[in-house]
Design a protein around this ligand. Structure first.
Ligand SMILES: O=C(O)CCC(=O)C(=O)O
Length: 253
């Protein structure tokens, strides 16, 4: 995707009175400064030290710089072991309950909100195209309640080279779309005509977050930098609404 041709995210501030209307119109909110930066850095450092233990980071630079050691991305066994350790990190799980996120979720979902146990840390190695999540709706993966919102937040500032997440804005009136296995990636996704003007993307800073509806089409972008891209995504729905069994267990368990 030509990021220069996308439109920038429409920014919102956590206290804006029209967050629910914006979500209904655009399918997403880009919330600048939603999360406490120290808490995000704590999660980044804890996860970076897991990756350093697996020798996937350059040894000459601090682990928190996330410089990739080069060569092929680690194999599935290493990834799985790392994710199981990441799932146990307090700094990773606690970030999902930051007051800023809770406040936005109570605007969108009311007072009784349930956080999915399946919290996902994305570890995106440079030039690993097979691991790119192309255009998709989270509902295809999440199932359960359509009224589910994802909060995606980068653990480092993002740039065009690091990629991040792009969103296809619009009201979510079309319902779930069938997904197909992609030939060039390990993920399922939806067709996209490839017109970057239909998409929104901007660089993000530590503390910024994207919150989007389970039917909003979005896509992970290629990482063409020399750094590992770290982000986390957490999901929320009304307590008591249906939840798929896969989402009551941690990722990779
Ligand atoms: O971070 C990424 O590359 C993709 C994340 C994603 O698709 C999601 O949070 O649903």
């Amino acid at each position: 995707m030509d990021l220069d041709a996308t439109r920038p995210f429409a920014d919102s501030l956590p206290g804006d009175p029209d967050l629910a209307q914006r979500m209904a119109a655009d399918g997403y909110l880009c919330l600048r400064g939603l999360l406490d930066r120290d808490a995000v850095h704590a999660a980044r450092d804890a996860i970076a030290s897991v990756l350093a233990d697996d020798d996937v980071l350059a040894s000459a630079t601090p682990a928190s710089d996330l410089v990739f050691r080069g060569g092929e991305p680690p194999d599935r066994g290493v990834l799985e072991r790392a994710h199981k350790r990441i799932n146990t990190l307090d700094a990773f799980t606690a970030l999902s309950e930051q007051p800023g996120i809770r406040a936005v979720m109570s605007v969108l979902l009311g007072d009784a909100v349930r956080t999915h146990a399946r919290k996902i840390c994305r570890v995106k190695y440079p030039h690993d195209s097979y691991d790119i999540v192309g255009p998709h709706q989270d509902f295809w993966y999440v199932k359960g309640a359509e009224e589910t919102y994802t909060c995606w937040t980068p653990l480092t500032d993002t740039s065009a080279a690091l990629g991040g997440l792009a969103v296809r804005p619009g009201p979510q009136s079309g319902g779930p779309t069938p997904h197909a296995q992609r030939a060039d990636s390990r993920f399922h996704g939806v067709d996209d005509d490839g017109d970057p003007r239909a998409w929104a993307w901007s660089p993000m800073r530590v503390g910024d977050a994207l919150v989007f509806h389970s039917l909003t089409v979005h896509a992970g972008l290629p990482n063409t930098s020399a750094h590992v891209r770290l982000s986390v995504d957490y999901r929320y729905q009304r307590a008591g609404a249906p939840m798929d069994p896969s989402h009551v267990r941690p990722h990779f368990e």
